[in-house]
Ligand binder design. Structure first.
Ligand SMILES: [Zn+2]
Length: 162
């Protein structure tokens, strides 16, 4: 119990520090922007952390069960960590058990881009950020009601704004 409360206390300042650093370093992070964010990958590479760059720009996948957001019950809005685009509300998040943060619906149709993905011998639908085309994850048709969809999203490319 002592250990648990210690780690809970220790996490919060670290997270804030990370966010502040990111906003300073990333001039394209702006939740209020309306237009598309078009930036070359070699520029992103100098702006984003290696973890975010690898997933967002190179379609990587974080290791399952590693995201702090997977079991998070915090209330707020999940934004694209690359450009700040609002993507999912916390009330659309659910426990899918798949190892990544899961949502049954995005904030709006326009917040997401859908693309066919036939890599790795699977037929899947890739989801990207509607504003900066960051790779977010995939959407599957085995989610809960009312949509029946499971947006399986890499936590690395999400920021939670409370
Ligand atoms: Zn974005």
């Amino acid at each position: 119990m002592t250990l648990m409360s210690f780690s809970a206390c220790a996490q919060s300042p670290t997270k804030q520090k990370k966010d502040t650093l990111m906003e300073k370093k990333n001039p394209y992070y702006n939740p209020n922007r309306k237009e598309a964010v078009v930036v070359a990958d070699d520029v992103w590479k100098t702006i984003l952390s290696p973890e975010i760059y690898q997933i967002a720009r190179q379609k990587g996948t974080e290791r399952p069960f590693t995201s702090e957001f997977e079991h998070s019950k915090e209330v707020g809005t999940f934004h694209c960590a690359v450009c700040g685009n609002p993507l999912f509300k916390s009330n659309a998040k659910y426990e899918s058990g798949c190892g990544w943060p899961s949502f049954f619906e995005p904030i709006s149709k326009e917040s997401i881009i859908y693309l066919p993905d036939n890599t790795h011998g699977m037929v899947r639908t890739e989801v990207e950020c509607g504003k900066c085309k960051a790779h977010l994850g995939h959407v599957f048709e085995d989610g809960p009601k009312p949509t029946g969809l499971r947006y399986c999203i890499n936590g690395v490319v999400l920021t939670l704004e409370k």
